[in-house]
Design a protein around this ligand. Sequence first.
Ligand SMILES: *Cc1c(COP(=O)(O)O)cnc(C)c1O
Length: 398
Amino acid sequence: MPDQLLSTARSIDLDVRRIVDAIDNILSDAKRPVALHEPVLGSRERQLVLDALDSGWVSSGGPHVSRFEAVVAHFVGVKHAVATVNGTTALHTALMVAGVSPGDEVLLPAVTFAATANAISHAGAIPHFIDSSWGTLGVDPDALALHLQNISELRNGILRNRMTGRPIRAIVPVHVFGHPVDLERILEVAADYRLLVIEDAAEAIGSAYRGKMCGSFGHCAALSFNGNKIITTGAGGMVLTSDDELAGAARHITTTAKRPHPWEFYHDQVGFNYRLSNLSAALGCAQMERIEEFMLAKRRLAERYLLAFRDVPGVRVMAEPAGGTSNYWLNTLILESQHAAKRDTILSELHQRQILARPIWIPMHKLPMYAECPRAPLPIAEEIHTRCINLPSSAFLA
Ligand SMILES: *Cc1c(COP(=O)(O)O)cnc(C)c1O
């Protein structure tokens, strides 16, 4: 057979066994089953949680909450941080204080965790889905600009969807799996179209774009400290902003909108009970002492995956985007499009070896509650779903 035909034949046949073996080999020392992402908890976590317990400060408010907020704000490089019970409530709060109102449309990638779209819905707004890019797995700024050019009009400083008549108020870029999106271009488009920017940095604490931390770019940002994120408080989240007024508003509505007073219960709006407990914050303080260590370990693990698949035909591992530094929250194996049909075979073989790899999220517009939402053409979003597999990425696997 001529060489050319041989190489075509090879590219059609994906070596599933070789792929599964390569992953198994990297995880050979790990206890089975190997979960996608598990926390690293040690004596310092135990010590600080016991400190909080002994102090009697177990509920919302307390010294560990303030300390945790100060440490994270300093680490990300923002002026204010408001700790909440989870990332979803942090996003909900960020949207509300930034100025998203019921009946507004809010742009977001279709490829994200459901919480992004849920938080927009909780704010009474309508998710409006945008396509993603293979370069970052996040919002594609060109597709965003083209879509807005096609469907919107800017009048008196308000952007409207010409199809629905509703204001398009904000965009929520998501740093998917910790990979920073192309913030420069997205911020440019947002400025051109007068959009508020609320970063969903739930997966991106420690990631940076051109030397500046994710979570410090938008009007507000949200972090998550769920058990499967880079650092955890059990469940928890945080609103980040450098705007004094937005920070004040976030603190106020998350604590039942109660005006400070020595004894009176005076609440001046419909508030939320969204504040993080001191017990959880104590765990967060301990985790923040180790975040650099976790990030180094996660980078080492990512490098092993990248190296292992450098010369394997038909697949690659997602590397950090140009201009960005990823915290490598979750590693992602990407199949070439002609091999997409093999995704579930690979998943099934990995699960047989107790390696709990996962496909990435079903794009939001494919879920029943979001199927009728406004959206741009989403060809890449749909392709990303069929071609990507998340690999075990806990820091202790490095
Ligand atoms: C985890 C996550 C959230 C929500 O955080 P929770 O703490 O689980 O509420 C939001 N967006 C993205 C992209 C996430 O990964």
